[in-house]
Design a protein around this ligand. Structure first.
Ligand SMILES: [Ca+2]
Ligand SMILES: [Ca+2]
Length: 227
């Protein structure tokens, strides 16, 4: 189970970025290019079999799935995907509302200059389940971003040199990866999770009613016999 506001799942990828540096900060998330990594899917499920963007109901446990597509092999440290879920529905994504992040070390440093070899890889990440309560009723907005290690360091004004990417550490990358501002590489996408009260139970089938009625008559007859 993961808990609103507090949980941070970490995920990550071997990655690659070319040099896109930006020291600027923007109110809304923006990216220079999605040429290297992009978001291929955002979906959720209550049975972990059927994934989509359907309405969900209180009492159900919902799992989220995020798909990241990686176009090119590259030479930088890692690619990242991070998701925020506006659980308190105040229209803002707090760092405490992050539901996802990670970091896997590339075992070999690919020489720079070979980054644009197409790899066309797909990565899929699934969260643990969250059980919806009445406090979740309404429309809950999701924000998902993908980017590279170099872009994150640049946004945090911590780009010291190329090799610095390998010594930053996953916790710092998580802290640096914000729901707003500008990142050189990557993409941002949004979805809305609609949470409703469960629909009423379906009307019983006529045969069920007949059996139920027969049973009642039988019970009544038995009760009379006992008198
Ligand atoms: Ca996309
Ligand atoms: Ca919020």
């Amino acid at each position: 189970m993961f808990h609103r506001r507090t949980n941070t799942l970490i995920l990550g990828l071997l990655g690659s970025c070319s040099l896109f540096l930006s020291q600027q900060a923007f109110a809304t998330p923006t990216h220079t290019t999605d040429k290297w990594q992009d978001i291929a899917g955002i979906s959720w499920s209550t049975d972990q079999v059927n994934w989509g963007n359907d309405v969900v109901y209180t009492g159900q446990t919902v799992y989220f799935k995020f798909d990241m597509h990686k176009s090119n092999l590259g030479s930088h440290y890692a690619d990242f995907l991070k998701a925020w879920i506006d659980w308190d529905q105040d229209g803002k994504y707090e760092q405490s509302e992050s539901a996802f992040f990670m970091h896997i070390v590339n075992p070999t440093v690919t020489p720079q200059g070979t980054g644009e070899i197409p790899v066309n890889e797909m990565y899929s990440f699934t969260t643990t389940g969250y059980t919806l309560t009445n406090a979740d009723l309404g429309d809950i907005n999701l924000l998902v971003r993908v980017t590279c290690s170099e872009s994150i360091l640049a946004s945090a004004d911590d780009y010291q040199n190329w090799n610095h990417q390998w010594s930053v550490g996953k916790n710092k990358y998580n802290t640096y990866f914000k729901p707003d501002g500008h990142l050189g590489q990557g993409e941002t996408e949004y979805r809305t999770l609609t949470v409703q009260s469960p629909p009423p139970d379906p009307v019983p089938e006529p045969t069920t009613m007949l059996l139920f009625g027969t049973g009642l008559i039988g019970l009544a007859a038995a009760a009379r016999r006992k008198l």
